[in-house]
Design a protein around this ligand. Structure first.
Ligand code: PBG
Length: 319
């Protein structure tokens, strides 16, 4: 059954399609800017006009969509840039929406505060003496405002990645009240506190200035808890769920696939991308084959779609 490519193709169980791939973009202020992210070869901070060019290429390649992150001009304690109707992601959404490319792409806006807060945490920080806490319930209202602002600016989907409890319900309620009942929520339902987000924090300038994210992101040891998080998010109104990181958590993707019927995405995060790129640069791995295998594995584990920094490269190969 493996002796020829046509035979292998006939019995192949899993396929990768450019339309399954979502390409993340990091939007920064300015014009004509393409600042390389040093730990992520091929990834840039892009001004809005450059993001529009990326969108056009993404549409030409048949990608499924874009996931937008923002690098605001200034940050503050609360992260007000996140829900500013004139914020960086909102500007990008409005510009993208005016392009023909946007009709072929799903524009997903990442909903979180860490790129916008001066302390780099994903929610409201409450200090008491030397200790601090990220206040779950105070954060919900700010996330809801952010999601509404994204929907207003043209986001097709909002994707909360903060990991506060109850945020899907809070966002759903706010969207419905403000006239965006049609905007779906893609929740990062099981997001583990991971070392593999390291390069992203350079790309998005979002490293926490003190402490870590272990009090709100999940413990990498827990599968049952991940399933509980998924159930809660779906109960609260999540239309799709995202699992992340991807490769070290393939069992979680598989378990989620067997448990729920909503569409599931896997996020091949920055560190997964960077370690492959590093091996490619050293000539230790075959670039095209390792890239495609890393993506196919996620589809086989049960992901319907994949968020990946390889989206354009993979689509070029698939073409
Ligand atoms: C924001 C957010 C992060 C990622 C996606 N959304 C970083 C984090 O939680 O520290 C990571 C994505 C990647 O590593 O590619 N909370």
């Amino acid at each position: 059954m493996r002796r020829s490519e046509p035979l292998r193709a006939l019995v192949r169980e899993t396929a990768l399609d450019p339309g399954d791939l979502i390409y993340p973009l990091f939007i920064c202020p300015g014009k004509g800017i393409r600042n390389p992210v040093s730990s992520m070869p091929g990834v840039f901070n892009l001004s809005v006009d450059e993001a529009v060019r990326e969108a056009e290429e993404a549409a030409r390649l048949g990608l499924g969509g874009l996931l937008l992150f923002g690098l605001p001009a200034t940050k503050d304690e609360q992260g007000t840039g996140a829900w500013d109707d004139n914020g960086i992601v909102q500007q990008a959404l409005r510009a993208l929406k005016q392009t023909a490319a946007a009709k072929k792409l799903v524009l997903v806006a990442d909903v979180c505060l860490c790129e916008y807060t001066s302390h780099g945490h994903c929610g409201v920080v409450v200090k008491s003496g030397d200790n601090f806490d990220v206040d779950n319930d105070l954060t919900l209202e700010l996330l809801a405002r952010t999601a509404v602002s994204h929907a207003k600016a043209g986001a097709d989907v909002v994707a909360p990645s903060d990991m506060m409890d109850g945020r899907v319900a809070a966002i759903r309620r706010a969207l419905d009240t403000e006239g965006y009942a049609q905007t779906p929520i893609l929740s990062y339902a099981s997001k583990f506190a991971s070392a593999f987000y390291g390069p992203f924090r350079e790309a998005a300038d979002s490293a926490p200035q003190f402490g870590d994210r272990k009090t709100y992101q999940m413990d990498g040891a827990n599968l049952r808890e991940a399933l509980r998080e998924i159930d809660l998010d779906i109960e609260e109104g999540a239309d799709m769920i995202l699992m992340k990181p991807a490769m070290p958590y393939l069992d979680v993707v598989r378990a989620a696939r067997e448990r729920v019927d909503v569409p599931i995405g896997a996020y091949q995060v920055s560190g997964e991308y960077s370690m492959l790129q590093a091996a490619f640069e050293k000539g230790w791995l075959d670039r095209d084959r390792a890239m495609m295998e890393s993506l196919l594995g996620l589809r086989r584990a049960g992901a319907d779609f994949i968020v990946t920094y390889f989206a354009k490269d993979a689509a070029k190969l698939l073409a």
